[in-house]
Structure formats: C-alpha cells, structure tokens
Design a binder for this molecule. Structure first.
Ligand code: GLA
Length: 498
C-alpha cells in the first residue's frame, strides 16, 4: 500500500491526490436560491483540465500549476473580442476540495469548500440552433423614450416586493408619475429555478409576481422585469435560454409591461455576431404572448445593435457598458453618443443606461448635467435611486418638466454635438415645434465661458425666444454670439425659438 502511494505520488509529479471529478460550491443566498459554482476537473499527473462555471461565466481551464500540495488553475473565456480570466487555487482535503479565489486583485481571497457533485450537474447546456433572421413587427410602444425607475443602480440584489411597492407608492405620490415616470422595473435577482414543467419561478423576495403587478397597476403604473437570452443572468440567476416562449407567456400572465433582456450568460454559447437571432427569438415570443411589452435590449452596444435593434422588435438598446455613479463614468458615456444619433426615433431608442441621479456619487450640478444630456440624447429616463429617501433638490432635478419635455419631444430626433473646445461642448436637439434644445456643458474642473455662435445653429442672430430650463426664466439675448459662464461639470440648458 505504501509503495503504491509512493508510486502515485511520483507519477503525479508530487501531487498525491487526484482531484478529477465534478465539484460544486454551494452558496445559499438569503433569497432562498443557491449560488452554485461548478469545477468540472480532470487531473492527469501534474496537469488539470476542465471547466469552471461561476455566475454568468463558463471558463475553460487553460493553465494549471502544481503548488503547495494543490493546483493554481487559470480559467479563460473568449468573450467576443475580450479574453476573460479567473484564477482558482484548489487543494484536495479528504473528500473536499478547498478553493480560494480573488474576485478582484485588491480584495482578500475568498475561501470556499467544494463537494463532489454528480457527473454532468451544472454543465453548460448544449448550443441550440438559431432561427433564420426576419423582421419582428413593431409593437407600437415607446413612441417617446420610456420613463420610470429601475432597481439595479441603487439596490442591486437587495430589490424585493416591498421595495418595488414602496417605489411605486413614491412615484405615484411625489410628482414623478405626473411628470411622466411610468415603468417600475425589477432588475436582476428576482428569479429562482424552474418547476418540473419548466416554468420560471420567483425567489423568496417576490412571493407573488401577479399580485405585485396588480398593485403597481392599481397605482396607474406599469411593471417591468429582467431576464437573459443565456442560461444565466449577469448575477448568476436563471435565464430564459431555451424557454423564451414559455417565459414570455409567464410574463404576460403576471401582467408584465416591460422586459430588459441582458446578454450575460449567452456569451458562453454564442458569438456577438449571433445576437440578433437570439434577441429576435424573444422579440417574437413577446409578440406571441399577446401582451404589449416594451422590449429593452441590454448587450452593452455590441455588434452595432443600433443597426438591427428595431428589426428584432427592440424598443430600446443599451449603447454602452454599465454606468456608475461618478462624473467620470456618466460623462464618458453621455458625451460619446453623438455618432449614433441617427438610429434613434419614435419606438426605438439608443439607451446610454439608467440614471444615477440621487445616488450620491455626483454633485447636484453634475446630476443636472446628467439629466440635461440624457434629455438631449432622447434617452430613456429610468431613475435609479432610492425614491423613498431623496432630497427635494434631487426630486426637482428628476421632475424638471421643461427638461423632460425635451426628452419626450414627439419628433423623437436625438440631439448631437454642435461644437467643442478643450473643456466645453455645445449640443443641440431639434424639436417638433421647430424650436431647439441647446446644452452648453463645461467638462472642466474650473468654471468656464462657453461661447455659443448662433450661426453654428443656423440662426443669423439670437433667437427671439430663449428660455433657461433650469432657472425657468426667459432670457433676452441679442447679437451673433452668447457667452455664458458655466460652472465646472455644469450645464446651461436652453430652449430657443425664432
Ligand atoms: C448587467 C446590466 C446591468 C444590470 C446587471 C444585473 O451588468 O448591464 O444594467 O442589469 O447586469 O445583473
């Protein structure tokens, strides 16, 4: 026996135990679901191969290094043009696999214990064939950019039934509904698994989705939900993969009015060029459900989505990665939307992501710039803050009717950049009544003079009617140029008419 162990030790290059097998780390969440990470590994001597499946990612083990009685494994995922990596230290201890990984290099390692799982459990589902492309009929919705609230930016996985009801109550009573905010949207983390018939289940946080929809509807508002074309959502919950029609029917039965459909786990099975067919699948399913459901595509602007978004029945599509509550993130996204303006129009909008107004990472001046820019961009206005605890200043920014009127203008023509200097930019948007919205932005860290040459906007001289949309005041201007002082990261937002 001793000799046999020694031989095994030598044969495996100093690593005695064999960690071949399917391993699962079970992390029960407070919402009653399990977050499972699978390591399906094969050890041959001092080499380990296999796959690691964690939340939305499915890595192939591309490197293994024997180290301190175990292995360091590197998983690689080719995600479109990006290569993603994850590193795991694994070590056999009896019949347990001790696993250590760093979610981010600056964080301490997370230590976990994996147990043996039946072979095949947690495997990535097989690739399903894609439908041939065709045009999905327009659902007639979102003639102006959708307005409402979404749970993710503030609450992430803390969203629950009570929080959604409270947000609906707030919108219905604080003036937001009257200002046009309509959709109350649940983002990721509401899902549980599926029942024996494959029906999607809600987790403990959402005991009765139909009752919740009824409640939101009773306030004169609409309810939105979230899913993914992949097997998993971004937070690792159940996606709609292979269940598109069934899920669309379930949403219709519950009374859902809006679906945000997030690429996430689909990246493990399909290439970005194949997205259109997958998004079309859900577009068809929503139409077939018989309920009018706004269709929001979320795939971070990959594969020039603005060129095919309307063909799959999309009412809006994200044009960028996730926004964060900082001037750097908001301004980087917002000021980079000019080139795709032509693709927006009634029924189908570019979506530079949800609002961060009121989440505390920016000043009120910066939030006014955020609101102004999003309105010039004809962007969906989905508040992303805690509506129950916001300052009167934040509420005033979110409900500025004159700025919202720009966003909701019926012509539906997205604004563009007219001119820029090192730190300042001028944007303008044509409006249905022949007037223009103009934003004078200062991106610099000191207050600055912004010079607006009326000729740049095809006016000979200052238009007769000039209204400051934040001061709610008419201005009397003349001459070929207007020089305004704009605070750092601030905006002067005008509506002008000859
Ligand atoms: C992605 C989306 C976000 C949010 C999260 C939820 O990151 O871009 O807006 O929906 O997923 O997991």
């Amino acid at each position: 026996m001793k000799v046999f162990s020694l031989l095994l030790l030598l044969a495996s290059g100093g690593v005695a135990a064999d960690l071949t097998g399917n391993w699962v780390i079970n992390n029960p969440l407070p919402d009653g679901t399990d977050r499972r990470t699978y390591l399906d590994l094969k050890q041959e001597g001092d080499r380990v191969t296999g796959h690691i499946r964690v939340t939305q990612f499915y890595y192939t083990v591309t490197e293994s290094k024997p180290e301190s009685g175990g292995f360091t494994l590197t998983g690689t995922l080719q995600d479109g043009k990006i290569q993603r990596h994850a590193t795991y230290q694994v070590k056999l201890a009896g019949d347990e696999l001790h696993v250590s990984t760093r979610r981010r290099p600056d964080l301490p390692p997370t230590e976990m214990v994996a147990h043996r799982a039946p072979p095949g459990e947690g495997a990535m589902p097989a690739r399903l064939p894609l439908p041939a492309l065709h045009k999905v009929a327009y659902n007639g919705l979102a003639k102006t950019p959708p307005m409402g609230w979404n749970s993710w930016n503030k609450f992430a996985s803390r969203v629950d039934d009570a929080g959604v009801r409270a947000s609906a109550d707030a919108i219905a009573s604080n003036g937001m509904k009257d200002a046009g905010y309509l959709y109350v949207n649940i983002d990721d983390t509401w899902e549980a698994g599926r029942d024996a018939q494959g029906n999607i289940q809600t987790n403990k946080k959402f005991p009765d989705m139909k009752a919740l929809a009824d409640y939101v509807h009773s306030k004169g508002l609409k309810l939105g939900i979230y899913s993914s074309p992949g097997p998993n959502t971004c937070a690792g919950y159940e996606g709609s993969y292979g269940h598109e029609e069934q899920d669309a029917k379930t949403y219709a039965k519950w009374g859902i009015d809006y679906l945000k459909y997030d690429w996430c786990g689909a990246r493990n099975i399909y290439q970005p060029e194949e997205m259109q067919a997958l998004y079309q699948k859900m577009g068809d399913a929503l139409i077939a459900s018989g309920r009018k459901i706004v269709y929001s595509l979320c795939q971070y602007g990959l594969d020039d989505v603005w060129k095919w978004g309307p063909d799959v029945g999309g009412n809006l599509w994200r044009t960028t990665g996730d926004i964060h509550d900082s001037w750097a993130s908001m301004s980087k996204i917002g000021f980079n939307q000019s080139d795709i303006a032509q693709f927006a129009g009634p029924g189908h909008w570019n979506d530079p992501d949800m609002l961060e107004i009121g989440n505390s990472g920016m000043t009120d001046t910066e939030y006014k710039s955020h609101m102004s820019l999003w309105s010039i961009l004809a962007a969906p206005l989905l508040a992303g803050n805690d509506l129950q605890h916001m300052s009167p200043e934040i509420l005033a920014i979110l409900t500025n009717r004159e700025v919202i009127a720009i966003d909701q203008d019926s012509l539906g023509k997205q604004g563009t950049r007219v001119s820029q200097s090192s730190d300042t930019q001028i944007w303008s948007r044509d409006l249905a009544d022949g007037s223009k919205a103009i934003g004078l932005f200062n991106l610099g860290s000191d207050s600055a003079q912004v010079s607006l040459k009326w000729a740049d906007l095809a006016y000979k001289t200052a238009p007769l009617h000039v209204r400051d949309l934040w001061l709610h005041k008419d201005l009397k201007l003349d001459g070929p140029e207007y020089n305004a002082t704009v605070p750092s990261h601030g905006v002067l937002m005008l509506r002008v008419h000859e």
